[in-house]
Design a protein around this ligand. Sequence first.
Ligand code: GAL
Length: 690
Amino acid sequence: MQVKKALDHMSVGVCYYPEQWPVELWEDDFRRMRELGITNVRVAEFAWSIFEPEEGVYSFELFDHALELAHKHGIQVILGTPTATPPAWLTTRYPEVLNATFEGVAIQHGLRRHYNYSSPKYRELSASITRKMAEHYKDHPAVVGWQIDNEFNCETKEFYAPADHIAFRGWLKAKYGTLHALNKAWGTVFWSQTYTDWDQVHLPRMTTGGRQPNPHLALDEKRFISDNVISYARIQADIIRETAPRHWVTTNGLFGGLDNHRMTGELLDFFSYDSYPQFSTLNHNPDEKDRLADRGWSQTLSVVRSISPRFCVMEQQAGPGGWVNRMDMPSPKPGQMRLWTYQSIAHGANMVVYFRWRTATFGQEMYWHGLNDYHNRENRRVREARWIGKEIAAISERAANTTYAADIAILRDYDNEWDGEYDVWHGPFAWTSGTAWFKALQYRHVPCDIRYINEQTTLAELQTYKTLVYPHPTIMTDKTAALLEQYAREGGILIFGCRTGYKDEKGHCYMRPFPGAAAGMCGISVEEFTMVKGSREPVSMHWQETGELAEAVTGADDFNDILHPESDSVEVVAAYNSDYYAGKPAVTRNRIGKGEVWYYGAVFNRSAAEQIIDRLGIASPVRDWLTLPQGVELAVREDANGPLYFLLNYGEEAAVARISKPMRNLLTDRQLQGEFEMEGFGVVILTEAL
Ligand code: GAL
């Protein structure tokens, strides 16, 4: 119901900070927004000191006036709760609310997110401001929804205030019940770490050589932080639901240390993301020839879609980004802002809110450029926004109900992500392999989902895909293994990489041959394994010729599992080329039931992923009628009325595509057939011809 109201149509919004501008500008701002096709604004997410200038003294005049003007101009309002920026009076009077560094140094007032989620006082004060705002605005005709806080775990996902150590202890007591169980789970008999009193237990603290906590503690720390954010967010969500039940509730940002899926499922109507593709220019590596650059944001947007199939982009880049002291980004070129907007939409956004209306003239973000420049005269970004506003209003009816469609998904899970942040024996592989697959599929124009799984995942959810790639699920319970095996037996294709299945949920290694929990379905054991780095020469693997596919050689990167087939159903697809294990199996394919399970003994690269793609005959859904250059992304959103094919040209140069049946470009309403040119940064949405 709530989702329907917010996302049943497509809309464009903008982030607006009336408290940063002279009141004389507001009305003209709202008027111009409407003229650009902007129909909603997000406000107030950092305005605590405006709403509560002193403890217990509330002031709504400023925002009342701004909201009244917004309403007058037909603009809907999303209110942010301002808890990402506690005021100076608050942190001075209650220093226990401050976060602390790993070394225990308190983080002081002056930037943002300087609080911790554990302090009972902060929870109480957050509840009060949320309740006051919700009571005040619950019946306001302009207000439609709420954003809780701002970007949980942005700036930091580490919390070491005294209140956090106490809360962690409470969390552990609830999880383990006894110290004995905790000692077992953390393997504290190792190096005499055994705890004999709860007061001895802490979040990671300084150890010899710096920061080297017990690995099982490190994993529980991540789980605790995630639970702690969710329990903090729940306070606000519950108050808003109770006080302002007509409004929807979301939060924005996609940062580490947080199970966004669980948070969204339990607390929110839908998830919101903040998309700044120009961050890709900051770590540009000219040697990486097939770099995804801003197109790489499609990978993150796929994660967002796995949380909410249709979602909001609460902050969409609207100009060059920059803080005073860091993040010095180039300006988006003409057409790029529009391209990024459609990138968000292609992946499932129905509401896109630009960050921000006008660049601030002061403060940390005075170089984070909004649609309007300081001078407020019409510029090219404003003109581009007008173009987009018009288009989106026109396509909304046809496109709003569609969702992204894919036959293949890359699987992830939080436990492995969090464990991998500390464990260098598998952690760094996940990103490399996931990106290699994403790239291979992107450049072949095969739409792909990213899905998170956990103990609650059902077979039916997995069965929406023909193929699942789960690159390095080191932690794998027998329950998850059984589910995955059933998926394969009933016809699914499952692909694992090295380091699969050897740890339990505590992060202990199983006393079983690798790949541990996955061994049965893979039909193999790992005879031996090695890191491939340092003095080790790079290793390659040799793929057997099969059917129409020729032999091939690809790199066997970073880590090698030397495989041993344990069953007759196992086919060796590739073997190692060098070192003492030359000739030994590197890739296997096990046919079980109606499906198959692949084991790839190394860290994936794009060429290896392409070998598997070819051997499985995975192809683009448009292969029969549309030829696209590599630089153009294909995304498909569909509903009962059929598919919409989004073509996104990330290149500055024009791209030529060829189409063998008449189709219509939804954005221009023109028919396309034969060869057609997409301009640099161009977007086409193909639909059936009329
Ligand atoms: C986001 C944040 C905004 C703004 C923007 C640009 O992370 O939510 O408030 O800071 O980045 O830096």
